[in-house]
Every structure is written in C-alpha cells, then in structure tokens.
Design a protein around this ligand. Structure first.
Ligand code: UDX
Length: 431
C-alpha cells in the first residue's frame, strides 16, 4: 500500500517507520523544512531507542520518503494518517487548529477514487465527524474520503516494541471499506482487534490514558496515607496488587505523572465532561493528587536540606526518553531555583531539552558522579537504570552530605541507611 503520515512526532514517525519496514511505501509530511531535511538524513529529531536504525534501514530501501509537499504524497495514497499534536489550550481543551488545517490540505489534494483518512492524534469526541465535514467541503468532487479513527497507545521509550506488540488495535469507522483497509494494513501486527464506531474509538484513547493517570494518582494518594500512618507504600501496593482484579502495574508511587500525554489527556477529558454537562470531579481529583505529590516531595526537600547546593539525577519525564514536557523535574527545579538553591543536574538523555528551558541557571554534567561532587543533597526524579545501579559508596565519598531524596523509590531504605545515608522517599518512613 502507499501510506502518508502527516506529522512526524513520536506517533507519526515511529508508526511510519514500522509500516515502511513491512514493505509499504510511506510518505511523511512535515511543515518545517529544516526538520524534513534532518529526517531525510536519518536524524529522527526525537530520541527513541531503535528509531534511528529503523529510519536508516527504510531510507536506504527507499520505502520512507519525507516531504513538505502534500501534492507529492496525498494523491497516490491509499491511507492518510493524521498524526499531528493536539496540545492543551489555556483552559485544558485540546487545540485542534493544526489538525483541522492539515485536514483541509489533505482534502484539497485527494485525487484517487477512494482514500482512507485515519486520525491517530488524540482528539475529543466528535472531532472525526468534523474531519469528515472538512474533507467533504475541501476535496475535489471526483475524490472520496472515508474517515476512521485509529488511536495509538505507544509509550515513549518503548514506542517500537509497543507498536509491534499492542494489547489491542482499535479501528473506529462507519465505513466498511475503511475498516477492511486498516485491518489489512495492520495484518503483521499482534494484538486483539477492536472494531467500533468513531465516537467510541475517540473515547477509548482518553479513557485509557485517564485510567493510567488514575492508577498513578491512587498509588500516590495511598503513599500519603502510608507516610502519615508509618506504613510502607511499596509493601502495601505489592500486597494489594497481588489481587488479580487490581494488579500492580502502573501503580508506582513517586513524583507523579508527566509527559506529553497523561497530563494533557486528563485535562481534555475534564473539559469534555464539562462540555457534555458531566461532573468531572473524579478526574479533577486525579489531577490534584498529581500536583499534591510533587508539592509533598518538594516540602521534604525544603524542610530537610539544610544547605542549598543540591544535585538532581533525572530530568526526562520517565526513563529512556529525552522528553521533558510536563516533567516533574521542570516543576521541582523551578521551585527550588525560586528558593535560591544552586543545582547541578545529570540525565542520560534529557540535558539538551532542559538547557532550552533553564539555560545557565543550572550546572549540567555528563556523568552522575561528577554531578554529585560537593552536593549537600541528591534528588532523584527519574528511575533510569543507570541510577538504580549507581555505586552509592562512591556517591557518598563525593557528596558533602550523605542525603538522598528519592522521588521514584528506586532504593531499599535499609540498604541506603546501611551505607550511611539519610534517605527520604515516597510513602515510606525516612531513614
Ligand atoms: C502514555 C500511555 O502509557 C500510552 O499508552 C499513550 O499512548 C501515551 O501516553 P507515555 O506518555 O509515553 O505514554 O508515558 P507512560 O509510560 O504512560 O508514563 C507517564 C508518566 O507516568 C511518567 O511520568 C511516568 O514516570 C509516570 N508513572 C508511570 C508513574 O508515576 N507511576 C507508574 O506506575 C507509571
């Protein structure tokens, strides 16, 4: 098949490379010349394990092509995927302006008899119906567009694996042809198929991300209960999670959820609720707990770090990505700088993006050990494996004070205590 992706972020680029790898001809349309030139030279722009190699391979085989020109890609495509960002507006609502803009351009360039236009961007209920209208109004008379919603569930850091091994492939459409075409395209991919209507597909995506955020906030709420009552949240959640009806995955307490999806999608679902006159109090609580857990952790640092030169390990919103969008680190760093802390930072991938945000206000290190030299406290905000395996004896000799604030519970309190550290974590007694 010939496929076009409009958008080359985590969803667009990863999925485009995978469909190209299956032997399809894949066009990727962007709107910035400099980025398209970088992509043509096998620079994926984003950091995602395995993506550069996959891109290189498919560029060499001429199966993936990058362009700014809709006219090159759209007319010959069997399927066009819309994979542009839907960032939150001030009021939490999803900003659909670029999505509608590209939809109009797609419509204007449709030539073939029938093209499936499938939305991969996360969009509020009813958006695909609007896409249908825009296409109908912008396309030439001879062209036909069938709209489908094909939400994406990949996680940053394991995007290639997730795309190849999804738990489910959701296809929502009123068109039998669109459904059949998308089923055929997804043939080489594992996972159950869920064939449904447009509105259900749209709401499945928001529900999934809101449920994940709910699990995390619930774990963090219980962490507060444990802290106040002297219990150990890890033991509590391990035991609770043994109940198969509940499970333990995505219940890791810490400094809360960040990234480009969970915070934005909870906000958007709150807004959708308000529009539909449904009380979204439950989701507002999920969001509030995420904020409270960051504040609670910050409070621990402010009340227990007597000196103000600290080191932060972990800037990206989670391991295996350089993405710092809505990362707990950005919030915590800004607050600590406001309290006149001097901060040294280390992250295996998130340094450059953090630099764009904080510039010279921080001291950046290429190595976790040089970063802790003379620090009066070490603050851990992302659970990179490199930190879990760190030589803490060495860390202790380098630091001015053996004090750790662990926002991801990566160490066992007794082990760290034995090494002579004072140790604060989340939902567990300080030692
Ligand atoms: C998420 C969804 O998982 C994915 O299905 C969807 O397609 C896009 O949004 P992603 O944003 O890449 O993926 O990150 P995810 O792995 O979900 O983690 C989100 C945040 O939650 C991170 O900040 C992570 O540190 C935090 N988290 C995750 C916890 O605090 N505790 C957990 O138990 C799990």
């Amino acid at each position: 098949m010939t496929i076009t992706f409009v958008g080359h972020g985590y969803v667009g680029l990863v999925t485009a490379c995978i469909f190209a790898d299956f032997g399809n001809k894949v066009w990727v349309i962007g709107h910035t010349k400099e980025k398209i030139e970088r992509l043509k030279k096998a620079d994926p722009i984003i950091y995602e394990p395995g993506l550069k190699e996959l891109l290189e391979k498919n560029l060499r085989a001429n199966r993936i092509l990058f362009t700014l020109d809709y006219n090159k890609a759209i007319p010959e495509s069997d399927i066009v995927f819309i994979a542009v960002g839907t960032p939150p507006k001030e009021d939490g609502d999803a900003d659909l302006s670029s999505l509608f803009e590209v939809t109009k351009k797609i419509g204007q360039h449709l030539k073939k008899g029938k093209t499936v236009v499938s939305c991969k961007s996360t969009v509020p209920v009813g958006t695909n119906k609007k896409i249908e209208i825009i296409l109908r109004e912008s396309k030439p008379k001879s062209a036909q567009a069938q709209v489908a919603s094909c939400p994406e569930f990949l996680r940053e850091g394991s995007a290639i694996y997730d795309t190849l091994n999804p738990d489910r492939v959701v296809i929502g459409s009123d068109s039998k042809t669109a459904i059949a075409t998308l089923i055929e395209l997804h043939q080489p991919i594992d996972g159950k198929r869920v064939i449904t209507d447009l509105a259900s597909a749209e709401i499945i995506k928001y529900t999934s991300n809101a449920m994940l955020a709910t699990k995390i906030s619930f774990a963090n709420l219980i962490a507060f209960y444990c802290e106040k009552s002297g219990a150990d949240v890890e033991n509590v959640l391990d035991a609770v999670g043994m109940d198969k009806r509940i499970g333990r995955v995505f219940m890791d307490p810490g400094v809360g959820y960040g990234g480009s999806c969970l915070p934005k999608d909870v906000k958007a679902l709150i807004k959708i609720g308000q529009t539909l006159q449904i009380d979204p109090a439950f989701l507002i609580a999920v969001e509030n707990i995420n904020q409270q857990i960051r504040e609670g952790f910050l409070h621990k640092i402010l009340t227990n770090a007597k000196e103000k030169h600290i080191t932060i390990w972990g800037l990206s919103f989670k391991p295996n990505t350089d993405d710092i969008r809505d990362a707990p680190s950005s919030y915590i760093i800004a607050r600590l700088l406001g309290k006149k802390f001097t901060i040294s930072v280390y992250d295996p991938a998130g340094r450059e993006n953090t630099k764009k945000l904080f510039g010279n206000a921080l001291t950046y290190h290429n190595n976790p050990y040089t970063a802790v030299r003379n620090a009066s406290a070490l603050v851990i905000l992302t659970e990179w494996n490199e930190f879990k395996q760190a030589d803490l004896k060495k860390v202790k000799t380098l630091m001015k004070k053996p004090l750790i604030f662990d926002g991801r519970n990566i160490f066992h309190p007794e082990m760290v205590k034995k090494l002579g550290f004072q140790y604060f974590s989340v939902g567990r007694k300080p030692v």
